[in-house]
Design a protein around this ligand. Sequence first.
Ligand code: NAD
Length: 376
Amino acid sequence: MGKKELNFGLIGTGFMGKTHVFGISAANRVFDLPYKLRLKKLADISEDLASKAALELGVGEYSGNWQELIQDESIDVINITSPNSFHKEMALAAIRAGKHVYCEKPLSISVQDAKEMSDASKSSRVMTQVGFNYICNPLLLKAQQIIRNGDLGEIRGFRGIHAEDYMASADSQFSWRHDPVGGGALADLGSHIIATAEFLIGPISEVLGNCVTSVHQRPNFSGEMENVFTDDVTRAFLKFENGASGSIEANWIAMGRKMQHDFEVFVSKGALFFSQERLNELLFYKNDDPEGEKGFKTIVSSPEHEPYGRFCVAPGHQLGFGDLKAIEVKGFVEAIAGIGAEPFNFEAGLRVQSLVDLIKKSSGETQWLTTETILR
Ligand code: NAD
């Protein structure tokens, strides 16, 4: 007998929508899952856009109205890859209809909205997932194990950055990413590095942030200039519950940086370094290496780093960005089947959202000291 089908309905067919299509399709083939996964229907803001996307992505059914996916009783899972401000309305409607929800990060535009979403999921029977795909990299799991197993002593420091340059040009168009409520580099990119920081080190307990807007006006789609109030760069100091300290930077005007989701972790007897631009390499320093041989060695991803071997039997042949999404899909589907915990549910998404909001809040409270006062 064949496997039972699990039908997905995708809302939004932009950058992330396409990544979800890949993730579902690859997970279906690469992993031995309890269901046969099928992307049944997609929706976008117009019939025209949806039909084009359906043709391009090989999806049989489409709609210009996302509510149709919610009403469709044959759909089991709703994937939300629309702009952040729509996440709450769509997710709550899906939960009410008894559908599992796989929502892109950040969970929503405010901690209040994220809490409503998390509460709704907790009082329902549906499974939820937030798209923090970078932590699905098997090498990050390896890093977490090295840091947390205690062999290298106490965890002391974390330095993380998520920097790209897609907003570096002042001509980059004003978009939903600049929405004064819930937009900005911190929500967009900082949420990722916050998730990674907690995944590796543990809960963050205190933050002190500084949000900076560098490009104050950008042209909208019709060429008129719009004022920008959201942050282009945010930096924050962090304190972790386990006593470690650290910092993060979220930056979308980092000219030259394409995917700098990087971190360094300092432990009392060693250190780790990772860069998403080289996502198949984890650099590992051990202080008890012999003198004259000390230095960072490179751990290259291989079948020993589960589930790399599902994609390729040979070491060093490399996973890609889309593969991380397939691993994310696998974890979520196993949770739906009841054979695993939800890897990063709405409650976890609420936690990241609360840290985003807290960093923003603390930014206004920072007191800067001018160099003039000390030199005078
Ligand atoms: P995008 O602008 O490329 O795509 C958004 C899509 O949603 C477009 O197709 C748009 O037409 C559609 N849309 C807008 N309003 C809609 C509505 N009311 N109903 C149906 N469709 C609607 O944006 P993107 O880069 O794909 O980002 C989408 C989401 O994914 C955001 O929440 C973003 O933060 C997240 N994202 C996550 C990652 C990641 O690595 N996990 C990377 C990029 C973006």
